[in-house]
Write a protein that binds this ligand. Structure first.
Ligand code: GLC
Ligand code: CA
Length: 575
């Protein structure tokens, strides 16, 4: 595969509403992000991804855009974004924007025009169906729980939405609409952004079935049927995606990461040599606890063997085709330590172990804000504490299906997206140094001891561990093998023994970890390797690779939750 600039990227994802508030309204903003740039640079990352900052009524925290060309006043001005791009650039950091083009806000001018003017050219920008009997065309369920159809006024006409009713889907069949989108993308590329995280893009092509008057057999007590099979990656989507690639991404050499789950046999079209995107997010391991569930508050049990299977499989398949995007968290996920580690047993060791497990996989790693501090889920006790429409809707739907309050709350405590959206914990000052006013979403009470300031002063902190990981990937003698090297998941030992190898012609790295709370023996001949990272050792000076070195004997025991990353240069055989 031809080398691309974004293969050397380490991305830090920012949820603008929760990162840093500069003007004391309790809501994070662009100036706050600029203030935080030196911190971001201190992590060593070279790309930031901003969740949407465009004008929006914020029903879905910016994923409901009402004007693509302006920055929402909550976050600042267009000039602030340009300043951010410039300030980031002086620190060697590129900026990705979130591209939300499956749908707009129901307050977008196009939608309002469509509503008010029968003859508006925007009518065909949306997906509208009329029925004779005044009932919705069918009983497909949207991702947020309601019907995919909402009635227009008191007519017999309905518009389609994959998500909330305030997020009407755009009609990608319309070439004029598509051109408007490409123009908008080009506008932002022209302002100096380096690419896009592409939101919900697998939904832009609708199947004939989901738009038909076909009533499906219900799969739950709400009388509705799941949409995924008729809404995601439908035949014909390739036309739109390749057009977008050719008209915009190629022209600007953009980095693109798409939110779309792609079956193995289609992966080459998405991320192969001339794929639509640079990389796509794989949901198989981040949604391991919810994959395939259609009921509103059930989780599926999973085990380490499955987790390992998903990660290894994803790596092995992707490396033969293109590039991956390893991540543990994002703004739609709860905190990873709560998902992947046993209740009551989370500590700094296993938090670091989890970090190392994903960070050295092949692909461009994504760190979600606060993950580098080991931030955890919020201890929610009441439904009133949630802000996410998705959580509130789920509560309603689950209650209507007769689920018990306790079960719903337990689900939301584990799975609500608000868990990952609580304000960034900068210090032990009031409101965690995020703002001097009460924030839009409560700060996790552990901020008094889990924060940037305290972890900056502690050589053993999770934060220093993350810095070291980034440094290893981008600057150490192992940077090439850790970036381009092949991946091999070793299937040795028990389910709790995760060992994988990254290798090229000159170097080899082994990531060896004990995913359990008891000591584990392992037998790998480690002579000749140097320790690059050990979650039981302090990292006094990340600029000095020797600081964490040590010699290793033949017999090895991994301590509970221990991870060792070891590397060696492979001597070229002389003839
Ligand atoms: C994506 C976003 C999510 C949003 C949804 C609708 O899944 O990540 O936050 O709610 O799209 O735009
Ligand atoms: Ca603010």
């Amino acid at each position: 595969m031809q080398k691309k600039w974004w293969q050397n990227a380490v991305v830090y994802q920012i949820y603008p509403k929760s990162f840093k508030d500069s003007n004391k309204d309790g809501i994070g903003d662009l100036t706050g992000i600029i203030e935080g740039l030196d911190y971001i640079r201190s992590l060593g990352v070279n790309v930031i991804w901003l969740c949407p900052v465009n004008r929006s009524p914020m029903r879905d925290n910016g994923y409901d855009i009402s004007d693509y060309y302006t920055i929402d006043p909550l976050f600042g001005t267009n000039a602030d974004l340009e300043r951010l791009i410039k300030e980031a650039k002086t620190r060697g950091i590129k900026v990705l924007m979130d591209l939300v083009v499956n749908h707009v806000s129901s307050e977008h001018k196009w939608f309002l025009d469509m509503l008010s003017d029968e003859n508006s050219p925007c009518r065909d920008y949306f997906i509208i169906r009329e029925t004779q009997d005044g009932n919705p065309p069918n009983n497909f369920r949207s991702y947020f729980g309601d019907s995919v159809w909402t009635r227009i006024g008191d007519s017999n006409r309905f518009y389609f939405h994959s998500f909330a009713k305030e997020q009407p889907d755009l009609n990608w069949e319309n070439p004029r609409l598509r051109q408007e989108i490409y123009d908008m993308m080009s506008y932002w590329c022209g302002k100096g952004i380096a690419g896009f995280r592409v939101d919900a893009i697998g939904n832009i092509k609708k199947s004939a079935k989901i738009l038909s008057s076909c009533h499906m057999p219900p799969d739950a007590g709400d009388g509705m049927a799941d949409s995924h099979d008729w809404l995601l990656n439908q035949p014909g989507i390739n036309v739109f995606l390749s057009e977008m690639r050719d008209r915009v991404f190629h022209k600007y050499d953009s980095m693109t990461v798409a939110e779309v789950s792609v079956p193995d046999d289609q992966l080459a079209e998405y991320v192969g040599e001339n794929g639509y995107f640079s990389m796509v997010f794989d949901f198989s391991y981040t949604d391991i606890d919810v994959n395939g569930v259609t009921t509103p508050c059930d989780l599926v049990p999973w085990n380490l063997e499955e987790l390992k299977g998903h990660i290894y499989h994803s790596q092995e398949v992707t490396q033969n085709i293109g590039w991956a995007a390893p991540y543990l968290e994002n703004h739609d996920q709860p905190r990873s330590v709560n998902k992947y580690l046993p209740d009551g047993a989370i500590n700094d060791y296993n938090t670091k172990m989890l970090g190392a497990l994903f960070f050295f996989l092949r692909g461009t790693p994504y760190i979600y804000q606060g993950q580098e501090l080991g931030m955890q889920n919020y201890p929610f006790t009441r439904i009133e504490q949630f802000a996410d429409e998705g959580a509130l809707k789920r509560y309603e739907v689950a209650a209507a299906c007769g689920e018990l309050e306790e079960k719903i709350m337990d689900y939301l405590r584990r799975r609500s997206r608000d868990n990952g959206r609580t304000p960034m914990q900068w210090s032990d000052d009031e409101y965690a140094g995020f703002s001097s006013e009460s924030p839009w979403l409560s700060v996790n009470p552990d901020y008094t001891w889990r924060n940037v300031r305290s972890q900056n002063q502690d050589d053993l902190s999770i934060l220093q561990f993350y810095r070291r990981m980034v440094w290893l990937r981008l600057h150490s003698a192992y940077r090439n093998v850790l970036t381009y090297g092949m991946f091999k998941g070793l299937r040795v030992g028990g389910p709790e023994d995760f060992i994988y190898r990254r290798y090229d012609e000159t170097h080899e790295v082994l990531v060896i970890l004990n995913y359990s709370e008891t000591e584990r023996p392992y037998s790998i001949n480690l002579s000749g390797y140097e320790i690059l990272l050990n979650n039981y050792a302090a990292i006094p000076d990340i600029s000095c690779p020797k600081a964490a070195r040590g010699s290793i004997g033949e017999e090895h025991t991994l301590l509970p939750w221990q991870v060792l990353v070891v590397g060696k240069e492979i001597r070229q055989k002389s003839c």
